[in-house]
Design a protein. Structure first.
Length: 74
């Protein structure tokens, strides 16, 4: 079985996951490719200055972005 994607995003850091979310919101077939979820977010134990979050950690924010992407991807 082969899957065809209209767009492939390379990288699953904040920018790559955000791109995937916006693409998936438009119901365009999208695949996000990365060796690790979150990229350099995984190096941030305490995240205090990301818009929309009071306090979090890098890995938690990465997982939240992934869940949002998967929700829209359907």
């Amino acid at each position: 079985m082969t899957n065809d994607y209209a767009i492939m995003v390379v990288g699953a850091g904040p920018a790559g996951l955000s791109a995937g979310i916006y693409i998936a919101c438009q119901r365009i077939s999208c695949l996000v490719i990365s060796k690790d979820l979150g990229g350099q977010l995984n190096l941030i134990p305490r995240l205090e200055n990301y818009p929309g979050t009071i306090m979090s950690s890098g890995p938690l924010l990465a997982k939240t972005l992934e869940n949002q992407y998967l929700t829209f991807k359907g």
